[in-house]
Design a binder for this molecule. Sequence first.
Ligand code: SAH
Length: 340
Amino acid sequence: MKNIYNLTLEEMENYFLSIGSKKFHAKQLFEWLYIKRIKSLDEASNISKDLNQVIKKDFEFNPLKIVEVQEDVDVKKYLFELHDGEHIEAVLMFHDFGNSVCVSSQVGCNMGCKFCESGRRKKVRNLETYEMVLQILMIEEELGKRISHVVVMGIGEPFDNYDNVMNFFTIINSPFGLAIGSRHLTVSTCGVVPKIKEFAEFPLQVNLAVSLHAPNNEIRNKIMPINKVYPLEKLIPALKEYYKKTNRRLTFEYILLEGINDSESNALELSKLVKGMNCYINLIPYNETNNIEFKRTNTIKIMKFYDILKRNNITVTIRREFGRNISAACGQLRSKKEEL
Ligand code: SAH
């Protein structure tokens, strides 16, 4: 049986039509689910008892289970249990501009990036749309506050679960749903080129971030297997095309890994690679994990890398770190739980 939080407004309208009922019930039900936040259909007082019975027969309302919450000053991390006993994580960050949540899109991940904890476990399955929607709803409920920004940067490769992730955006962006503005939504990919092309046609103005992490194919091949399928000479033109179609500025994520991609000549090469693109580079201090041999670049060297990009007129920021004390790197909480 489908979960009710799986449906976009349009899908729900089609559902009501398909059972010989009226389209406007979809907006009513959306309001009950996303604005009034009912826990049972019986609370939806403007939907008739008979219709309620039909909906109940067709859909389940089950929430996810929050099994662990870790907290630090500026961050909260949630471990969820899914209906099949699998675990996923979401991270809530408190910024001065609002509260943002980083959601997971898959159980496990097949991309195999060498530095990433999540990829240590192969993909078990995609998350359903409702499992992403409920990460947001349940965090808002636990917190008692509104989430203003959402990034799909948790466990999983969102462009390997494209349709469900796009439906998730459609639901949380809907004025009858959570009404989170599309410019406050971001999806991050390791570089699945055909989906970048498809995403350029997606009607909502969701931001795109790309995990670049290397200035050339040689280094990228070593740390990100996806680069062998979609090397830079495919990725970069696809991103330029994306920009031409959408006019939306891109973000490049670049984790600095000691001795791998953090030299001065790497910084110069990176400047050349992105020159002329409307983008900014987000330098990410590596979050070391117990299981993996990569080391974090020290702060002085990070600043040097930053300066070189600046001097070459590249817009660059250094990512603020949240929750270093509480296993905040993606996949760390889950892998502790399951002792992988
Ligand atoms: N699969 C998507 C989204 C999930 S990863 C992607 O690759 O973009 C989200 C970001 O966290 C990516 O840029 C990823 O490379 C980065 N990341 C993974 N492990 C990390 C770690 N230990 N420290 C810092 N960033 C990490």
